[in-house]
Design a protein around this ligand. Structure first.
Ligand SMILES: *Cc1c(COP(=O)(O)O)cnc(C)c1O
Length: 399
């Protein structure tokens, strides 16, 4: 049987079976649902996109996969060239992997080894944010800070290798002052912390982090697995503040298949590039650079550019602000918006119990978590469809 994610298998509710999907819609036997979650924030172009389908079909006719150890192919070369020119600054060196968690692992390994290669063996610690989420593998759980996902780590006690701080500049300055000699990197979900509760913070915090990283020689790592490709209303937060390592996943392939990339700048790459074989990055996921994933990712980026997706996201944000401005209820703690993300945080998580079914009956697929009722819609959504998603949220509190 299928062992489903994040759920007690004994008491869980039956999942809805999807028979077809097209545009922003998921189809069950009896319902047509707007996917307000974009399949975990990844399906930015909607389902069954003709051009994305075609990219996969034409690649599959050549081959679906060849390993990247000792081999290369056109799709991975084109994608890395595209990312190199499309991403800001000198974020030019693309290490591919099969999921966001693995790509964050790669970033952390790069940061640690970057210093080891220079004989600096004391920089073993990661600075990270409270409520951060970086994936479900062990090191990413350790770097993350969310009991709801990672309580199994309690078995090990507190980690001596990770320092968590709130998104406040004084705490940031204090942490650098105290730990800078031991830090290899500052790992952050920039501007929007997703799975830890859709928390939003100001860019000034990241600007100060960049200064401190430069001052103390610590690498700045942006985990843009969730925020990349426009979700915050910026193409990448890396367009505002330049990190040393950037991690992309989720929407990289337009949500078509699992793939991710860890992109290093020149300084990081050069920390590995010399005559010593031991200075090589010893990592290589079996399916890194998968040809189907690379061909669909390249097409996804082309569509994002050609159809001016940033203007679509600005439109989503404007409609959301218009519809949600002034909306309140005694049960609501706060309504937050940023780019293509809106979150209604309730005071008591039990106030969201039953919402998923309520939304289902109204033709919206939603998946609240923690205290968050949120929407991260596909960017191709029409105005009336987006209004329906938001109206459904408001209606829940109006009962
Ligand atoms: C989803 C997510 C990950 C993990 O990606 P997977 O592909 O699920 O392994 C890592 N970091 C952030 C910020 C995420 O939102």
């Amino acid at each position: 049987m299928i062992w489903f994610p994040y759920e007690q298998m004994k008491t869980r509710k039956e999942p809805w079976k999807i028979l077809d999907a097209e545009g922003v819609y998921l189809y069950t036997k009896e319902q047509k649902l707007i996917d307000s979650v974009s399949s975990w924030w990844s399906v930015i172009h909607g389902y069954k996109h003709p051009e994305l389908n075609e990219a996969i079909i034409s690649q599959v006719k050549k081959f679906s996969h060849v390993m990247l150890g000792g081999l290369t192919h056109e799709s991975v070369e084109k994608l890395s060239d595209k990312l190199q020119s499309w991403l800001p600054g000198d974020l030019d060196y693309c290490f591919f992997s099969d999921s966001g968690s693995v790509a964050v692992e790669v970033a952390l390994k790069m940061a640690l080894q970057y210093y080891m290669n220079q004989g600096e063996t004391k920089r073993t610690k990661i600075l990270s944010l409270e409520h951060s989420y970086h994936g479900d593998t062990f090191k990413t759980m350790e770097a993350g800070d969310d009991e709801d996902y990672h309580f199994v780590l309690n078995a090990y006690g507190p980690s001596p290798y990770v320092i968590h701080i709130p998104t406040e500049i004084p705490a940031l300055e204090e942490a650098f002052l105290k730990y800078h000699q031991e830090l290899n990197c500052f790992l952050v979900e920039p501007l929007l912390q997703g799975a830890g509760g859709m928390r939003m913070y100001d860019v000034a915090f990241l600007e100060r982090a960049r200064q401190l990283c430069d001052q103390y020689g610590v690498l700045l790592v942006f985990d843009e697995v969730a925020t990349g490709f426009g979700r915050t209303g910026n193409r990448f937060v890396a367009d505002l503040v330049l990190p040393d390592i950037l991690v992309l996943g989720k929407a990289l392939t337009g949500g078509y298949m699992g793939h991710a990339v860890t992109v290093a700048n020149k300084k990081v790459f050069e920390g590995f590039y010399d005559d010593n074989p031991e200075h090589a990055l010893m990592h290589g996921p079996t399916f890194m650079g998968n040809a189907l994933a690379c061909s669909v990712a390249l097409k996804s980026i082309e569509i994002f550019e050609k159809q001016d997706y940033m203007s679509k996201i600005r439109r989503i944000e404007a409609i959301t602000r218009r519809e949600m401005e002034g909306f309140s209820d005694p049960r609501i703690q706060e309504v937050r918006m940023m780019g293509g993300c809106v979150c209604v945080e309730v005071k008591d998580a039990s106030d969201l119990k039953g919402y998923q079914q309520f939304a289902y009956e109204r033709g919206v697929f939603s998946r609240p978590f923690l205290n968050c009722l949120y929407a991260m819609v596909p960017y191709v959504i029409q105005e009336e469809e987006l209004i329906k998603v938001l109206e459904t949220m408001k209606e829940w509190f109006g009962r």
